[in-house]
Design a protein around this ligand. Structure first.
Ligand code: SAH
Ligand code: MG
Length: 225
């Protein structure tokens, strides 16, 4: 298949929804200017995440992997004014850029960016009695995805929507590669598929970022949380 057509269709989809939002454009420019890696969600997939958050009626969202706050802005914009977004980031420089971007987006009140290794911060959130969250978006280091899923389930309730990015990894998850990232994603995908507390699916996606996919699951068992 021709990758050009993926890009073309992604541009077509972006165009359908009108010219780029100046706040998002400025956030992307600030992230690029600060030297952050170019690995945020594409506009089309960020919109997809935003629609999922709206469909879930989310008033509290947990994000694991903030980067410059691009997906956080889309998630934050799905919240009601008194909603809350907690986003976890290990790199203080990324967090700094994200705080600025969220403030410029008018989301400083709703967004709480926590710096540290997400596994430690997730344990801390548990001790604080945070949650249950209505939605969890997993998008940090891939080898830890299964541990993030366990932590997400502890901070969830029946009905919580759990989404994870990059679970197809250019199609490599369908191979038995021993690459740490691919192996981590395969463990995560199997855990999600087998967990009796979850009803989920994996959706493969193509677009300006190539071939990848998201896992989407709903907590369907009352024993979760
Ligand atoms: N969700 C963002 C992209 C996140 S990129 C968006 O679409 O806009 C992944 C981020 O996870 C990076 O900023 C990286 O620093 C962070 N990260 C990697 N390992 C982490 C860890 N152990 N704990 C918390 N964050 C981590
Ligand atoms: Mg990602």
């Amino acid at each position: 298949m021709n990758e050009d057509v993926y890009h073309e269709v992604d541009r077509y989809i972006e165009d359908l929804f009108g010219p780029p939002d100046p706040v998002l454009t400025a956030a992307q420019d600030r992230s690029t200017g600060a030297g952050l890696p170019d690995i945020a969600l594409s506009p089309t997939l960020a919109r997809f995440l935003h629609v999922l958050a709206l469909a879930a009626g989310a008033t509290s969202i947990l994000e694991i992997g903030t980067l410059g706050g691009y997906s956080a802005i889309w998630l934050g914009r799905a919240l009601p004014p008194d909603g809350r977004l907690v986003s976890l980031e290990i790199d203080p420089e990324h967090a700094e850029v994200a705080r600025r971007n969220l403030a410029e987006a008018g989301l400083a009140e709703q967004a709480d960016i926590r710096v540290g290794d997400a596994l430690a911060t997730l344990a801390e959130l548990g001790r604080e009695g945070a949650g249950p969250f209505d939605m969890v978006f997993i998008d940090a280091d891939k080898p830890s995805y299964t541990a993030y899923l366990d932590a997400a389930l502890r901070l969830a309730r029946p009905g919580t929507v759990i989404v994870a990015d990059n679970v197809v990894w250019r199609g490599e998850v369908a191979s038995e590669s021993d690459d740490e990232t691919v192996a981590g994603l395969r463990r995560f995908n199997a855990a999600l598929a087998e967990d009796p507390r979850l009803t989920g699916c994996l959706v493969q996606q193509v677009g300006v970022r190539g071939h990848d996919g998201m896992a989407i699951a709903v907590v369907t068992d009352a024993d979760a949380g």
